[in-house]
Design a protein around this ligand. Structure first.
Ligand code: RB5
Length: 150
C-alpha cells in the first residue's frame, strides 16, 4: 500500500508519530511536505496529497495541520476525495467502514502523539462495508458532480 502524507508547519509535530505507524506496517509513503517549521499555507499541501489519492497513485492519504480542519477542507475540494478530520478512534474507523473515507486529517494542536497513532491505526485497520453505505457514498459523489439528490 502507498499512502500520501501532507502537513503544514503546525502539523509537522505529528509527522514522526504518523510515520512510525506507517513504517511499522511496511507502508510506502509519499511525503508531500512541508518539511520544516517555517510558516506556510496548509491548502497547498492538502491539495498535493489529495491529488495523489484522487489520481490513484496513492490508496489513502493522511494530513496534519494545527487543528486538522483547514487542511481537510482543502483536500475535500479535490474531486473524489473524502477526507475526515478526526480526534478520536471511533470516528476514524467508521469513516472508513461507512463513508469510504480516503483521507484522514488530524490536528497537532488538538491531540497528542499517542492518540494520533491510535487514530491512524484505526483508520488503516478498518475497511469499507459497502452495501447501503455504497449507495450513500454514491449520493455524496452525485452532489460533488453538481447533481440534485432531493
Ligand atoms: C496554522 O497556524 C493553522 O491555522 C493551521 O495549521 C490549521 O490549524 C488550519 O486549519
Amino acid at each position: 500500500m502507498k499512502i500520501a502524507i501532507g502537513n503544514d508547519h503546525a502539523g509537522i509535530d505529528l509527522k514522526d508519530a504518523v510515520l512510525e505507524v506507517l513504517h511499522a506496517r511496511g507502508i510506502e509513503v509519499v511525503d508531500c511536505g512541508t518539511y520544516d517549521r517555517n510558516s506556510c499555507d496548509y491548502p497547498v499541501f492538502g491539495q498535493k496529497a489529495a491529488d495523489l489519492v484522487a489520481s490513484g497513485e496513492c490508496e489513502l492519504g493522511i494530513l496534519m495541520c494545527g487543528t486538522g480542519v483547514g487542511i481537510s477542507l482543502a483536500a475535500n475540494k479535490v474531486k473524489g476525495i473524502r477526507c475526515v478530520c478526526c480526534s478520536e478512534v471511533y470516528s476514524a474507523a467508521m469513516a472508513r467502514c461507512h463513508n469510504d473515507a480516503n483521507m484522514l486529517s488530524i490536528g497537532a494542536r488538538v491531540i497528542g502523539t499517542e492518540t494520533a497513532k491510535m487514530i491512524v491505526a484505526a483508520f488503516l485497520d478498518a475497511s469499507f462495508e459497502g452495501d447501503r453505505h455504497q449507495r450513500r457514498v454514491d449520493i455524496i459523489t452525485a452532489i460533488e458532480n453538481g447533481e440534485k439528490t432531493y
